[in-house]
Design a protein around this ligand. Structure first.
Ligand code: NAD
Ligand code: UDP
Length: 331
């Protein structure tokens, strides 16, 4: 049987494709290359360039391959952009889920592992955040992820599709050997932005606010290593194959790090000076987001291996040093 990875040319999807191949899985990738890169897809995977909202290409893939499960990474995922273009986010994210579940139902595929996000929680009342805490998304991106979870819930009940929704907190780092990494052309994530300074692509990091009620005034997040995240997907896939019920899991390391702590960890990992300027708060940023991931540890047997920020950032540094311009553009 094969696994279909939708969005497998993106940052997280491509690391998952690699991990699946290393586990001996046969992998098919569907990606429209909006933000992903063909060069990020390992050559052992069969690649289809196309849109997950296109039922015809999904039917073609499900007909040409015996697929038992889908990993679904496709999304527009920039919070700020989602506020400006909510219709794009609902069309692509919600529309993509609708189309994928329709095709899975038509083709009798009944297992899906989905990339959800801590953004479904919005501003938490307390941390750490548990899976059954209230979900009050504060932007269309988080709202789209929550709607996608609810669609899986109702379609799952009607058509016996089992799902695992993985609510990632902040994903960071690159493959341990530096051969794959994060290459978002419109970069907004903290770790690659910090590393642009020693790469001489920017003069300093702007810290978005130092007046939060946190230990050093800067925002606290829970960073999870990309290869630990990929391992969680394989555990989730095998959980569903073993007959597991539909579930939602938080994925984070369980420890919070402030923006300044991340910058200091990057200074150590790179051995370089990284100048900082304090800027205004970024609209909608919660002060503190930290996961309680005990459920994933207990039910999936997941245990993140790389949890020192300096070590996570060192993997990203290796990737960026070896690929200063990211992936080559090939179609
Ligand atoms: P990414 O942009 O690198 O990957 C998304 C991939 O999906 C890209 O390759 C893109 O080309 C593809 N895609 C988008 N729309 C598509 C469509 N309609 N049809 C086919 N392909 C399509 O993003 P990422 O950082 O790898 O994130 C992957 C998933 O994880 C997303 O769903 C994102 O919302 C979620 N997530 C990411 C983070 C993070 O820290 N990066 C945190 C929480 C959740
Ligand atoms: N951040 C920052 N400067 C930047 C980018 C991000 O201070 O140039 C902060 C941001 O305010 C947040 C944290 O770093 O507190 C992580 O931001 P990121 O965009 O990576 O992830 P998010 O938590 O928004 O999903």
């Amino acid at each position: 049987m094969s696994v279909l990875v939708c969005g497998g040319a993106g940052y997280i999807g491509s690391h998952n494709v690699k991990a699946l191949i290393e586990q001996g899985e046969d992998v098919i990738v569907l990606d429209n290359l909006w933000t992903g890169h063909k060069a990020a897809v390992p050559e052992q995977a069969k690649f289809y360039k196309g849109d997950v909202r296109d039922g015809a290409i999904l039917d073609k893939i499900f007909t040409e391959h015996k697929i038992d499960a889908v990993l679904h990474f496709c999304a527009c995922s920039l919070v700020g952009e989602s506020v400006e273009k909510p219709l794009l986010y609902f069309n692509n994210n919600v529309g993509g889920m609708q189309s994928l579940l329709e095709a899975m139902t038509r083709n009798h595929v009944n297992k899906i592992v989905f990339s959800s996000s801590a953004a479904v929680y919005g501003e938490p009342k307390s941390v750490p955040i548990f899976e059954d805490d209230p979900t009050n998304p504060t932007n269309p991106y988080g709202e789209s992820k929550r709607i996608m979870e609810r669609i899986m819930h109702w379609v799952g009940l009607a058509h016996n599709i089992k799902y695992v929704s993985l609510r990632y907190f902040n994903v960071a780092g690159a493959r341990h050997d530096g051969s794959m990494g994060e290459d978002h052309r419109n970069e907004t994530h903290l770790v690659p932005i910090i590393l642009q300074v020693p790469l001489k692509k920017r003069s300093h990091v702007t810290v978005y606010g130092d007046d939060y009620k946190t230990k050093d005034g800067t925002c606290i997040r829970d960073y999870v290593y990309i290869e630990d995240l990929a391992a969680a997907h394989i555990l989730a896939l095998n959980y569903l194959r073993d007959g597991g019920e539909s579930e939602i899991f938080n994925l984070g390391s369980g420890d919070g790090y402030s923006v300044m702590e991340m910058i200091n960890a990057a200074r150590k990992a790179t051995g370089r000076d990284i100048p900082v300027e304090i800027g205004a708060r970024r609209a909608g940023d919660p002060a503190r987001l930290v996961a309680d991931s005990k459920k994933a540890r207990k039910i999936l047997g997941w245990s993140p291996k790389v949890t020192r920020m300096e070590d996570i950032i060192a993997t990203a540094w290796r990737w960026h040093l070896g690929h200063p311009n990211g992936y080559p553009d090939i179609e």
